[in-house]
Design a protein around this ligand. Structure first.
Ligand SMILES: NC(=O)c1ccc[n+]([C@@H]2O[C@H](COP(=O)([O-])OP(=O)(O)OC[C@H]3O[C@@H](n4cnc5c(N)ncnc54)[C@H](O)[C@@H]3O)[C@@H](O)[C@H]2O)c1
Length: 260
């Protein structure tokens, strides 16, 4: 089993969903975790539930000042930072004409600028230590685009570029930067659009079924991939995109062709 024994990790967007599951698994594997989010009550409750190895510190990832507070909290409480998981993100679904400038900016700010500010905030500490692992949570939409998701795809493709450039820039300081690209997560993220999506139920089901491993990806599998990249099991992986998507981005599955 992979271990995170003795490591200190920051996980953003950890109040609920994938981030909360990552924080929980990290604690189980021996890490001490600082959870960041903007949902303060939920974030505090999640940290309390995880016990002594976890603490909550508000961090709106779009604010460099709040990143400074989060890094200071990690250093004060634990004296080091081994892992940063840039997991916080927001979604907007809608075609170009139904996407306002404000919505587009918001997605770029939270999903792309946020991780940039996070990397910039932890690098001095990791450089001092000569080691660190940064895991950016992208999406299947970081690897293959989809209509109706222009803002989200732009933000997640951008995050992938950021990961690779950073990996090259700080690799010699012992800091690794990788992306996990899942086809799934917390349904609450896309809940506001579910009513409309249900109008295209057949197409939506086909999207999830026409892949090597059909169906949506459980959060546990996403967490497994994040643990791998956070841990020393991936010491020579940097600048990679790890799809956790049942083969959705591997290519095209055509039902019936297996029987030709
Ligand atoms: N839900 C999915 O189907 C899905 C699919 C692929 C990838 N992802 C990615 O997985 C990651 C986790 O998402 P999730 O599925 O757990 O959804 P989620 O909505 O439950 O989690 C996102 C978290 O980010 C927090 N957040 C939002 N704005 C923030 C900000 N400015 N600063 C700090 N925190 C902020 C939210 O409060 C929330 O706790 C995201 O990067 C998301 O893009 C999700």
């Amino acid at each position: 089993m992979m271990s995170l024994e003795g490591k200190v990790a920051i996980v953003t967007g950890a109040a609920r969903g994938t981030g909360a599951a990552v924080a929980e698994r990290f604690c189980q594997l021996g890490a001490r975790v600082i959870l960041g989010d903007v949902r303060d009550e939920m974030g505090q409750a999640t940290a309390d539930r995880l016990g002594e190895a976890a603490s909550y510190c508000r961090c709106d990832v779009t604010h460099s000042g709040q990143w400074a507070d989060l890094v200071a909290a990690a250093r004060d409480e634990h004296g080091r930072i081994d892992v940063l998981v840039n997991n916080a993100a927001v979604l907007h679904q809608g075609p170009i004409e139904n996407t306002s400038e404000e919505q587009f900016r918001k997605l770029l700010e939270v999903n792309t600028l946020g991780p940039f500010l996070g990397i910039r905030a932890v690098v001095p500490t990791m450089r001092e230590q000569g080691s660190g692992s940064i895991v950016n949570v992208g999406s299947i939409d970081s690897l293959a685009a989809m209509n109706g998701l222009t803002a989200y795809c732009a933000s997640k493709f951008g995050l992938r570029g950021l990961s690779k450039a950073a990996a090259l820039e700080i690799g010699r300081d012992g800091i690794r930067v990788n992306s996990v690209c899942p086809a799934g997560g917390n349904p609450e993220m896309y809940e506001p659009w579910m009513g409309k999506v249900m109008g295209f139920l057949e197409e939506t089901i086909a999207y999830g079924e026409n892949r090597g491993i059909p169906g949506s990806v459980p959060v546990d599998s996403i967490v497994d991939a994040i643990v791998f990249l956070a841990s020393d099991a991936s010491l020579h992986c940097t600048g990679i995109d790890l799809p956790v998507d049942g083969g959705a981005t591997a290519g095209c599955f055509i039902p019936g062709f297996n029987t030709l």
